[in-house]
Design a protein around this ligand. Structure first.
Ligand SMILES: [Cu+2]
Length: 311
């Protein structure tokens, strides 16, 4: 066990030191992962680059400052006869250097960071919109203009395990508290706009692999976008303390190729499905129906949000 975490820790250090290894990091965070992941989107790559630039500048400053301290302590120590310079008050040249160098470093970091931030909020030319609504304690997803919507809540197995009071290990559930009944299915290579709001309290929608988190606030519609490069399953959680079950409203995004997404979407449309095919999908229908009662109040707020989105 001990050797296990040391190995992961060592791998993390190696991954930080070697960008090549960092690239091999999985999209979702792993236990003892030290460095930020690259994620699977253009925006997450941007965030990773901004982070790495700042990290390496900090490493350089750390080496310089601690190196200078070490040299000073060893070379000018009392036992070697060093005498403190009690007459020193200030040095204009030094003051200029320690003002100009940090300003230059900040400007160096601010330019790429600002352009990346502007890009992050640019939802123009998106090909589809998904409305995300946070509830205590689940998410609702609406594919705007498609007539497809459903709720997504903690999977039954995680729920049973957490209520059993037992200590849960990976052997009991590989994705304990990180699985849902209905995944948010999204197409790859598509610019997807999200409009994010909440029904009751403030939540935050966060999937690390996508590279951002966005607050879900009642009465306010926040925007975000993504374009997922690689198909896969990406997990996240609510990132705003939203009540007693805050830890039990995970997010699972399933990114699939465009044609597969179109097939999935067509199958979700109740009107388009032939009547005899209706009993084929009762399992997926069960959850929204169950949640329906709690959601009626939600509809009023959701309508306001819809109006805001349309406007
Ligand atoms: Cu929440």
């Amino acid at each position: 066990m001990k050797a296990g975490w040391f190995k992961q820790w060592a791998a993390g250090v190696a991954a930080m030191a070697l960008p090549v290894l960092a690239q091999a990091q999985a999209a979702d965070p792993k236990p003892w992962q030290l460095n930020m992941g690259r994620g699977v989107t253009h925006l997450s790559q941007n965030a990773y680059e901004a982070h790495m630039l700042a990290l390496w500048i900090c490493v350089g400053i750390g080496i310089l400052v601690f190196g200078a301290m070490a040299v000073a302590m060893v070379k000018f120590r009392h036992s070697k006869g060093a005498k403190p310079d009690t007459g020193f008050t200030h040095s204009t040249r030094l003051e200029i250097i320690w003002t100009v160098v940090p300003v230059a470093l900040l400007v160096l970091m601010a330019f790429p960071a600002t352009s990346k931030l502007i890009n992050m909020y640019d939802t123009r030319d998106s090909e589809m919109t998904v409305k995300v609504t946070g509830f205590q304690w689940m998410w609702k997803y609406e594919y705007l203009g498609e007539g497809v919507e459903f709720t997504s809540r903690l999977d039954r197995k995680s729920d049973e395990l957490r209520q059993s009071g037992a200590t849960v290990s990976a052997a009991d559930h590989e994705h304990y508290l990180l699985d849902v009944d209905n995944m948010l299915v999204l197409p790859t290579d598509t610019k997807i706009r999200f409009v994010i709001t909440a029904d009751d309290v403030i939540h935050a929608w966060w999937v690390p692999a996508l590279g951002w988190k966005q607050d879900a606030i009642p009465g306010i519609v926040n925007e975000a976008w993504t374009q997922i490069d690689e198909p896969g399953i990406y997990r996240g959680q609510c990132a705003e303390l939203c009540g007693k079950d805050h830890g039990f409203m995970p997010i699972v995004v399933k990114a699939v190729p465009k044609d597969e997404y179109q097939q999935w979407l067509a199958a979700q449309k109740p009107a388009a499905a032939p009547v005899e095919a209706a009993p084929a999908a009762p399992a997926e229908e069960a959850a929204p129906a169950e949640a329906g009662e709690q959601n009626t109040e939600a509809t009023a707020t959701a309508d306001v949000a819809d109006a805001a989105v349309a406007g």
